[in-house]
Ligand binder design. Structure first.
Ligand SMILES: NC(=O)c1ccc[n+]([C@@H]2O[C@H](COP(=O)([O-])OP(=O)(O)OC[C@H]3O[C@@H](n4cnc5c(N)ncnc54)[C@H](OP(=O)(O)O)[C@@H]3O)[C@@H](O)[C@H]2O)c1
Length: 255
C-alpha cells in the first residue's frame, strides 16, 4: 500500500510501538491519522495530521464509537492498525473469570470485531494490520494468558485469510520482546526482566511500515526470530529448551 494521502487509524497510539508508528506515519504526505488510546493527553498532533481520540477498544461500544468518529472525521478508513494490547506476567492461581475476560477482550475480541467493522465499510481497498506477538508462536512461562490471547488471534487471522473479501489485505506482525513500558505494566513493578531476545521499538515500527508498503502478509521484525522460527518448527525441542530457560528466569523473579 502506498501510504500517501491515506486515512489511517492506529490503536495503542499513546506509547511504545503505536507512538513510534505515529511518528513514522505522520511523515507521509497527505495522511490523516486517528490516534487511539484511553489516555490521549500525550499524543502529538504532528501539525494537525494526527487526531487523538480517547477510547477503550476492549468493548464493542468503544469500537463502535471509534468507527462513528472516523466516519464523521474522514469517511472510510484505508488502513487500520490494531495495535492496542497488554500482558499479565504472573503466577496463575485463583480462578478469576474477569481477569481472563479482560485480556481476551482487548487482545483477541477487539481486533476480530474491528476487522468485521472495517469490512462493513464496503468494497474499497483496505489494509488491516494487527500487532500479534512472537509469543503467539513460542510459549513464554508466566505469560500463559497473554500467549493464548495472541495465539487465538493468530489462528483466527490465518483461518480468516481463506474467507476474507478480495478488497481486504491483512498484515500480522510478530515482534519479539520490545523495549517499551509493556513489561512493567504487566507486573506493576519496575525493571521487569524481558524475554530473550529484545529489540528496540524503532526497529519494530520501521518493519511494520515496510511490511505495509510491500503488502506483506506477515512481518517478523527480529532477525533472530526470523532465523529461529523455521529452526523451531523443524526441531520443536529447540522451542522447548527456550521455554524452559525462560521459565527458570521468570520463576526466580516472581518469587
Ligand atoms: N512490547 C513488547 O515486547 C511486545 C512484543 C510483541 C507484541 N507486542 C504487542 O504490541 C502492541 C503494543 O505494545 P507496546 O509494547 O507498544 O505496549 P505499551 O507501550 O504498553 O502500549 C500499549 C498501548 O495500548 C493502549 N491501550 C491499552 N489498553 C487499551 C484499551 N483498552 N483501549 C485502547 N487503548 C489501550 C495504551 O494506552 P492507554 O493505556 O492510554 O489506553 C498504549 O497506547 C500490543 O498489542 C502488544 O501485545 C508487544
Amino acid at each position: 500500500m502506498n501510504l500517501t494521502n491515506k486515512k489511517i487509524i492506529v490503536t495503542g497510539a499513546s506509547s511504545g510501538i503505536g507512538k513510534e508508528l505515529l511518528f513514522l506515519l505522520a511523515a507521509y504526505q497527505g495522511v490523516r491519522i486517528i490516534a487511539v488510546a484511553r489516555g490521549v493527553e500525550q499524543i502529538d498532533t504532528f501539525w494537525g495530521k494526527v487526531i487523538p481520540f480517547a477510547c477503550d477498544v476492549s468493548s464493542p461500544e468503544g469500537i463502535d464509537a471509534l468507527f462513528t468518529f472516523a466516519q464523521q472525521t474522514f469517511g472510510n478508513t484505508d488502513l487500520f492498525i490494531a495495535n492496542a494490547g497488554f500482558a499479565y506476567i504472573e503466577k496463575l492461581d485463583e480462578a478469576d473469570w474477569k481477569h481472563i475476560e479482560d485480556i481476551f477482550s482487548l487482545n483477541t475480541f477487539s481486533p476480530i470485531y474491528t476487522l468485521q467493522k472495517l469490512i462493513q465499510e464496503g468494497n474499497s481497498e483496505k489494509n488491516f494490520v494487527c500487532t500479534v506477538s512472537a509469543a503467539a508462536i513460542v510459549s513464554l512461562p508466566a505469560y500463559a494468558l497473554y500467549c493464548s490471547s495472541k495465539s487465538a488471534l493468530r489462528h483466527f487471522i490465518n483461518t480468516y485469510r481463506y474467507e476474507k473479501p478480495a478488497n481486504l489485505h491483512i498484515t500480522t506482525v510478530y515482534p519479539v520482546a520490545t523495549r517499551t513500558g509493556f513489561f512493567d505494566k504487566a507486573t506493576g513493578k519496575k525493571a521487569t526482566p524481558l524475554p530473550f531476545p529484545a529489540q528496540n521499538v524503532q526497529i519494530v515500527a520501521k518493519a511494520i511500515i515496510k511490511g505495509i508498503e510491500k503488502n506483506k502478509k506477515q512481518v517478523f521484525p527480529s532477525f533472530i526470530f526470523r532465523v529461529a522460527y523455521p529452526l523451531g518448527r523443524a526441531f520443536p525441542f529447540l522451542f522447548t529448551i527456550y521455554s524452559l530457560l525462560e521459565k527458570r528466569k521468570m520463576s526466580r523473579w516472581l518469587k
